[in-house]
Write a protein that binds this ligand. Structure first.
Ligand code: NDP
Length: 392
C-alpha cells in the first residue's frame, strides 16, 4: 500500500491520477497538487474514489518540500513541465522521498534536450538512500523498456535501433499540439540528431524523412528527430552501432509550423512589445487549444514502437515491438486523448514498480536499467498492450 504525490494537473497528470485511482490496492492514498488547484479539483471530481488536492508552485523548492513533508508520500510523480525537474528533485532530496518524471529537464531560456543536468544528482540520491526514475512516459519510457526487453529475451547483441512514433489521430483543428504546446514546439523545431558508430550526427530540423507502413495505421511519412532516450540507451545497449528516432507529421502540421517559425512565433527569447517583454512561443501557447481539450473529438490511433536489429546465437535478427493506442478508447476510459494516455499509463506503472519495490535502487536511473519483465506485463494489464514481430 503506497502513498503518492502527483504534481501537475495537465493532460498527463489527469491520466496518471485516474490510473492510480483505479488501483487502490497499490496506491492507498493519492494527492494531486498543481499551480492551479481548481484543475486538481476538477480532475478529482471525475475519479472513482476520493483523493486529496493541493496548490503548489513546483519552481519553489521550500514550498514544495514543505508540501511533500506534510503529505508524506512514498513517491513524488512529476508530471508538471520539464522546467520543474530540478526543483522537484531538490525538494524530494530535502524531504527524503523517491522521485519519478516523464521528460528530461529543460531550461526555459534554452531548448536543449539532455540528461546532463539530472544525471549529476546520482550521488545525492545515492547518499540519501533514495531513487529517482527518469523518463517513465512512453517515449522516453516504454521505448527504453522495449529495448531492455529485446536485449534480455531476443538478442545477444543489439546493433541498430529505430524508435518510431506515429500519431495518426485527427482532432479536427487546423493546428494543435498533443501535449504542452511550448514543450512540443521546442522539441519539433530542434535540430535532428542521431548516434552512429560512437558519434552524434546532426541534421537540419525535419530534413531527413521516409515512409513507413505502421501496423493498424498504414503508410505515413516519418521525420528524423532528436529524442532524449537515445542519450541513455547508448550507455546501456552494449554493441550498439546506431540509434535513431522518428516521428510522423502531417503536411498540414508541418506547413503551420514552417510559417510560425518563419514569422518568429516559435522564438523563446523575449521580445519587447508595447512596453512589456513577451516570449512569442509562450504567447502562441495561449492561443492554441489546450491539448486536454482535444480529447472529446479525437479519432484514430497512435503506434509507437522500436525496430531493432542485432544477432542471436550467431544469426541476424530483426524484431519490431510496438503498441497501438486508440484515442476514442482512451477518452471513454479516462476522458483523455491517446498522447496523454500513452504517457500517463507508464508513469503510473513506473510509480507502481517503485511503490511495490519491484524496481528499487539508490541513485538516478533510466528505465532500461531495471528488469523489463514486470513493466511489460503491466503494460498489457493496464491499457497499453504490445505486439512483437520477428521480421528476420
Ligand atoms: P500540461 O501543460 O497539460 O500540464 C502541465 C501541468 O503542470 C499544468 O497543470 C501546469 O499548471 C502544471 N505546472 C506548470 N508549472 C508548474 C509549477 N511551477 N508548479 C506546479 N505546477 C505547474 O502538460 P502535459 O500534461 O501535456 O505534459 C506533462 C509532462 O509530460 C511534460 O513534462 C511533458 O514533457 C511530459 N510528456 C512526456 C511524454 C513521454 O512520452 N515521455 C509525452 C508527452 C508529455 P497550470 O495548469 O496552472 O499551468
Amino acid at each position: 500500500m503506497g502513498k503518492v504525490l502527483i504534481i501537475g494537473a495537465g493532460g498527463v497528470g489527469s491520466v496518471v491520477t485516474h490510473k492510480c485511482a483505479q488501483l487502490p490496492e497499490v496506491f492507498s492514498e493519492i494527492t494531486l497538487a498543481s499551480r492551479t488547484i481548481e484543475k486538481c479539483d476538477k480532475i478529482a471530481a471525475t475519479l472513482p474514489r476520493p483523493i486529496k488536492t493541493a496548490r503548489v508552485d513546483a519552481d519553489n523548492v521550500a514550498e514544495t518540500s514543505e508540501l511533500i513533508r506534510k503529505v508524506s508520500p512514498d513517491l513524488v510523480v512529476n508530471v508538471a513541465l520539464p522546467y520543474q525537474d530540478l526543483t522537484l528533485m531538490d525538494a524530494c532530496l530535502e524531504a527524503g522521498v523517491h522521485y519519478l518524471d516523464t521528460a528530461n529537464y529543460e531550461s526555459p531560456e534554452e531548448a536543449v534536450f539532455s540528461y546532463k543536468w539530472q544525471w549529476p544528482y546520482d550521488e545525492r540520491f545515492k547518499s540519501a538512500g533514495l531513487m529517482a526514475l527518469l523518463g517513465s512516459g512512453f517515449d522516453p519510457g516504454v521505448t527504453n523498456v522495449f529495448c531492455a526487453y529485446a536485449l534480455k529475451h531476443h538478442f545477444d547483441e543489439i546493433h541498430y535501433i529505430d524508435i518510431m512514433d506515429c500519431n495518426a489521430g485527427s482532432h479536427g483543428h487546423p493546428f494543435a499540439t498533443n501535449f504542452n504546446p511550448e514543450i512540443n514546439i521546442r522539441e519539433v523545431s530542434a535540430r535532428g540528431k542521431f548516434w552512429e558508430e560512437g558519434n552524434w550526427k546532426e541534421t537540419d530540423p525535419l530534413s531527413v524523412h521516409k515512409p513507413f507502413d505502421f501496423p493498424e495505421i498504414g503508410e505515413r511519412e516519418m521525420y528524423l528527430m532528436y529524442h532524449e532516450e537515445m542519450e541513455s540507451l547508448i550507455n546501456h545497449m552494449p554493441g550498439l552501432k546506431r540509434i535513431r528516432f522518428w516521428m510522423t507529421f502531417g503536411q498540414e502540421y508541418l506547413t503551420h509550423l514552417r510559417v510560425l517559425r518563419n514569422v518568429g512565433m516559435t522564438r523563446i527569447d523575449p521580445v519587447r512589445f508595447q512596453g512589456c517583454d513577451i516570449v512569442p512561443l509562450q504567447f502562441l501557447k495561449a492561443l492554441l487549444p489546450d491539448p486536454a481539450s482535444l480529447a472529446a473529438n479525437y479519432k484514430g490511433k497512435t503506434n509507437i514502437g522500436c525496430m531493432i536489429e542485432g544477432v542471436k546465437e550467431g544469426k541476424r535478427r530483426r524484431y519490431y515491438v510496438y503498441n497501438v493506442c486508440n484515442h476514442e478508447q482512451a477518452y471513454r476510459e479516462v476522458g483523455s486523448q491517446a498522447i496523454s494516455y500513452t504517457t500517463g499509463v507508464p508513469a503510473m506503472i513506473g510509480a507502481k514498480m517503485i511503490v511495490t519495490g519491484q524496481w528499487s535502487g539508490k541513485g538516478v536511473f533510466n528505465m532500461e536499467q531495471f528488469d523489463p519483465d514486470p513493466f511489460m506485463a503491466d503494460l498489457n494489464r493496464y491499457g497499453l498492450p504490445w505486439t512483437e514481430l520477428f521480421l528476420e
